[in-house]
Design a protein around this ligand. Structure first.
Ligand code: NAD
Length: 539
């Protein structure tokens, strides 16, 4: 079966024939960047950088570059504004998110255009970002009052000690985002930080700046008070670093190698950091899985945003009993995927974001091919569609000698591995330094859960690739091992932006031996008290 697939792949059905025409021009209304640039902290004579669209490689706008002095001014203004914001009730702060939720949905077409123009992704993949932002708004607007409310705990001496746990905002949060999700990764980490009573200095990636600025404009419109959220633009190693070096808490999303540097710098200042880093995510299809559903989901999970998604699947682990059947469905579907540079709906996959990404993806595939891997589908760049297009690619026979075996490709390339048992599949899924996302397919959901619980990843989806866990905003999301530190979403995703405090009030007997009582007798009665508390299950 594998040989047959390999043979067919040499006469690959290029998706070009199925490419729909692209009616939309790949441009941005020239008045718009000038308006958006007003939201950037930068001097009037600031240097400028070009925003390119991957659809053509052409310049669609220029935006100002901030300096370290601009970052300092942003922090000063944010520090001034933050205490007034923190003094407002959580419910009041959360209302901004409810209005933002509606604005993002209302302006979705315009946001989708910007996301697509900046990232080159297909519209349906851009739409995942809209859903993500709306979901985060709804979740934290509704749940923040509960996550942040003071909680009473049993005191040291029951009834006489009253202890409560409080959560104070940390101050100003520094957020540095990547380019792959220009809306979602620029704004969703700032939202819980703001609801928790902090101010934010945000440095979106240069390739995500137009979308991020429009997202911030809408947040202003939703009623976020002035000076609570500052945007600075510029290279990560200068402007990004300056933002994180001044933060009261660091929120960073990007590669593991940069994440290590960011973590070291935060540690040197003794400030906390949440790091959302890379992955080499595996999907296991067990012998009893619904193969059609699994194959359809694998297409989305491997090639959403052209695989430039931290939680996308790069390793397909197939039970040997169903491997050929699964591949028949999966490879056939991959070969007929439509690629295109259009703003319309209906395209299956867009472009890579840059020449560097194309270079990395091509290098991984060529290295695997040269060392003997079989290309079951794809395996070529598609310059006739746009300068950085690359086909969705399926490889088999990947070995330890090949770069794509362990390194994150961060592109539309998935490798297939065959196993003989669940145990082997779990060992294979865990055989990586990363631990971000995983997926397990079985019609027996109890078996699926049991396998999932043994995969060492921050999120594992049963009978889904990534959206089930990513979109469940009440549960934490993030990486184990080299995939990161800290979590977004759920209680952890907002409490990390707070300093917790224990305020305990003592009434009556202070902690001392009462007058006239021998110390030994006092100790005996205290020990009896401890046993009693254990006996009546006080905790
Ligand atoms: P990268 O680490 O090269 O850059 C990420 C961002 O950090 C960029 O905006 C960059 O300019 C900035 N940066 C670089 N050096 C910096 C420094 N010293 N201080 C502060 N900022 C700095 O990563 P990339 O290749 O641009 O992004 C892709 C990576 O991000 C992949 O590994 C992907 O898995 C990861 N990612 C992870 C998540 C997640 O949630 N876990 C989400 C998206 C992307």
């Amino acid at each position: 079966m594998t040989d047959q697939l390999a043979q067919e792949s040499r006469a690959i059905v290029r998706p070009a024939a199925a490419n729909p025409p692209s009616p939309a021009p790949h441009t941005v209304d020239p008045t718009r960047p000038a308006r958006l640039a007003r939201r950037v902290r930068a001097g009037t004579n600031a240097a400028r950088f070009d925003c390119l669209t991957p659809f053509t490689g052409g310049v669609i706008a220029t935006l100002p570059v901030s300096t370290v002095a601009d970052v300092e001014q942003a922090y000063a203004a944010a520090r001034e504004a933050q205490p007034r914001w923190a003094a407002r009730s959580v419910a009041d702060r959360a209302r901004v998110l409810l209005r933002y939720h509606d604005l993002v949905l209302r302006h979705r077409d315009e946001l989708l255009d910007l996301i697509q123009l900046e990232s080159g992704k297909a519209r349906r993949h851009a739409f995942e970002e809209i859903l993500d932002v709306a979901g985060i708004c709804r979740h934290y607007a509704r749940k923040a009052p509960d996550y942040l409310r003071p909680r009473k705990h049993l005191g040291a001496i029951p009834l006489l000690t009253q202890s409560s746990e409080l959560h104070h905002p940390r101050g100003v949060i520094g957020v540095v985002g990547p380019w792959n999700y220009p809306l979602s990764m620029s704004i969703t980490d700032a939202l819980p930080a703001l609801v928790a009573g902090n101010a934010v200095v945000l440095r979106p990636d240069e390739k995500a700046s137009l979308t991020a600025l429009r997202a911030v404009e809408l947040l202003d419109q939703a009623g976020l008070p002035k000076d609570l959220l500052h945007v600075v633009l510029g290279p990560g190693q200068t402007v990004g670093e300056a933002v994180l070096d001044r933060a009261d808490y660091v929120m960073y999303t990007g590669s593991t190698s940069t994440g290590r540097t960011v973590a070291q710098r935060a540690a040197a200042r003794l400030v906390g950091a949440s790091l959302e880093l890379g992955g080499k995510n595996a999907m296991y299809v067990a012998d009893d899985a619904d193969l059609r559903r699994a194959a359809e989901s694998a297409v989305r999970s491997c090639f959403s945003s052209a695989g430039q998604l931290c939680i996308s699947i790069e390793r397909l682990i197939l039970h040997e009993w169903i491997a050929d059947d699964f591949l028949k469905h999966f490879v056939a579907r991959v070969r007929t995927m439509t690629l295109g540079a259009g703003l319309e709906w209906g395209i299956d996959m867009g472009s890579l974001i840059s020449a560097q990404q194309l270079e990395r993806v091509s290098q991984h595939v060529e290295d695997a091919r040269a060392k003997g891997a079989t290309v079951l589908a794809g395996g070529h760049a598609r310059p006739e569609l746009g300068p950085w297009f690359y086909e969705p690619t399926v490889l088999e026979g990947v070995t330890e000698a090949m770069d794509c075996r362990r390194a994150e490709t961060f592109g539309p390339v998935v490798s297939v591995y065959r196993v003989g048992s669940d145990e082997e599949a779990i060992a294979m899924a865990n055989d990586t330094d990363y631990g971000l996302n995983g997926s397990v397919w079985s019609k027996d959901t109890r078996r699926g859960r049991r396998i999932a619980e043994r995969i060492r990843c921050g999120t594992v989806n049963v009978n889904e690739g990534y959206i089930a866990a990513w979109g469940s905003n009440g549960s934490p999301m993030g990486g184990m091992r080299e995939s990161g530190l800290g979590r977004r979403h759920g209680a952890e995703g907002i409490l990390k932006y707070t300093e917790s405090q224990n305020v305990s009030v003592q009434r009556g007997t202070p902690f001392k031996v009462p007058p006239g009582v021998p110390e030994k007798a006092w100790a005996r009665s205290m020990a009896t008290g401890m046993r009693l508390m254990k006996g009546i299950r006080l905790s």
